[in-house]
Every structure is written in C-alpha cells, then in structure tokens.
Write a protein that binds this ligand. Structure first.
Ligand SMILES: Nc1ncnc2c1ncn2[C@@H]1O[C@H](COP(=O)(O)OP(=O)(O)OP(=O)(O)O)[C@@H](O)[C@H]1O
Ligand SMILES: [Mg+2]
Length: 225
C-alpha cells in the first residue's frame, strides 16, 4: 500500500524537514504516526496524500511510483485516498449533510443514493440528528466527525487523519480512534497522526515514531532494509 525508501523532503529551498525515511505499510493495516510537535508528522502525511513530492528517495503509493508520475496521473490516485485534516476544512455555507455528500457530487454522482449514503455515514458517526445543521454550529468533536464521514464516503483505500483528536477531550478522542478502527476492520488502510502518546498507548496498533524529521521507532511496522 505504502513504501518509502530513503525519502527526504524540503519545503522550497529550505532545509530537509524529513530525512532518510524508510518503511512499508501493508494493505489493511492500522498505524499511528506519532512524535512531538514540529517533528514532521503533517509533512509525512503531505507526501502520502500527494500535496508534496519527495526531494529524494522513493515513494510508492498504491502500486505507483510517485516521483515519476505525471501530474495527469495524480487525481486518479488522490481519489483513492481519504483525508481528515486537523482543521476540518468543512464548508460553512453548506449543511452537514451536503458537506459529507460533496466528494461524490464533485465526482459527478448526483443520484439519490448519494444522500442516503451521506445520511448513513452521519448516523454511523452519531450525527443523525444534525443533518441540516451548519458546521459552525457544531462542537469541535462533532465537526471532526463530519470531516471523518466526508473522508470515507468515497470508500478510500487509504485513510489519513492528521491530529483527528487534537480538539477533543480524551474520551472523545478514544471514540474517534474507535471509529477509524471500524473502517480498518472493513479493509481500509488507516494512518492516524497524533502527538497524544497516552491515546496511542491505549491501542495495540503499530506505530511510526518521528522525531526531528527522522523515524526513530517503527514498532510493528516493517522497516525497508
Ligand atoms: N509549509 C511549510 N513551509 C516551510 N516549512 C514548513 C511548512 N510546514 C511545516 N514546515 C516545517 O517542517 C517541520 C515539520 O513540521 P510538521 O508540520 O510536519 O510537524 P508536525 O509533526 O506535524 O507538528 P505538529 O504536531 O505541531 O502538528 C517544522 O520544522 C515546520 O516548521
Ligand atoms: Mg502536524
């Protein structure tokens, strides 16, 4: 599903913020990406959702070598990747329901099944009563759950979440991770980035630990030799 070999990344002409990153993630696995603030978690996720390209090394995603891919090939690959951003990125002028349905509508599906599908997902995240609410009227944890429903409506093969529990208290954070676990049980490959060590410790999943731009621990994750 994911393979990094000696990957480095820099922003513009700046210094490398990721160095010598090597690991593989098999399809259908659940992994945490942890490490202190500024370590490079979001930067690594940007490589995974193709918002950044590596400055060196090899990134293979869903069977494609990202460094040699043409721009034209990126959208098709991106559509297989769901992302939950730390700052939600919900559209304030749309209802919760329409926010969740949007990815399918953008992809050209305007049928009645789209609405049913969005309702089903909102019920799954516990927001069945908030279908017509505007995102701005919801709590941080509720907005996060809308963002999760929106990220999974396209049935991504790979689901990435950046600090999905950053704005909620511990027991809500735990429940959000349990939601991601349900997806993983249906076969989706999941990567959750968080600096919340105590949350990570409540689960048995493998973890990639990143510190100062380098992987320092890959417990349970295959390291590329
Ligand atoms: N757009 C950018 N341009 C230049 N440098 C950046 C940019 N985004 C991040 N950085 C730098 O890259 C390094 C890693 O940042 P990153 O956001 O990946 O860390 P993080 O582990 O996600 O931190 P946090 O836990 O605070 O979200 C930092 O030194 C940061 O200053
Ligand atoms: Mg970050």
């Amino acid at each position: 599903m994911v393979r990094f070999e000696n990957v480095g990344m820099r922003y513009g002409r700046g210094p490398e913020v990721l160095r010598d990153i090597s690991f593989t993630l098999d399809a259908g696995t659940f992994s945490f990406l942890t490490g202190p603030s500024g370590a490079g978690k979001s930067s690594l996720l940007k490589l995974l959702y193709l918002a950044q390209r590596p400055s060196r090394g090899l990134v293979t995603l869903l069977g494609h070598d990202v460094s040699t891919m043409t721009r034209a090939g990126l959208p098709a690959l991106r559509r297989q990747i769901g992302i939950v951003f730390q700052d939600f990125r919900l559209l304030g002028h749309l209802s919760v329901l329409d926010n969740v349905a949007l990815p399918l509508r953008i992809a050209g599906d305007g049928g009645p099944r789209v609405r049913d599908n969005a309702v089903e997902l909102l019920e799954w995240v516990g927001l069945g009563e908030k279908l017509q609410a505007r995102p701005t009227t919801l709590s941080g944890g509720e907005q996060q759950r809308v963002a999760i429903a929106r990220a999974v409506i396209s049935k991504p093969n790979l689901l990435l979440a950046d600090e999905p529990t950053g704005n909620v208290d511990d027991h809500v954070g735990y429940r959000l991770v349990r939601l991601f676990e349900e997806l993983y049980k249906t076969g989706t490959t999941v990567v959750v980035a968080t600096h919340n060590k105590s949350l990570v410790n409540r689960f048995q999943h493998p973890r990639l630990v990143i510190e100062n731009g380098e992987l320092t621990d890959v417990s349970g994750v295959s390291r590329v030799s």
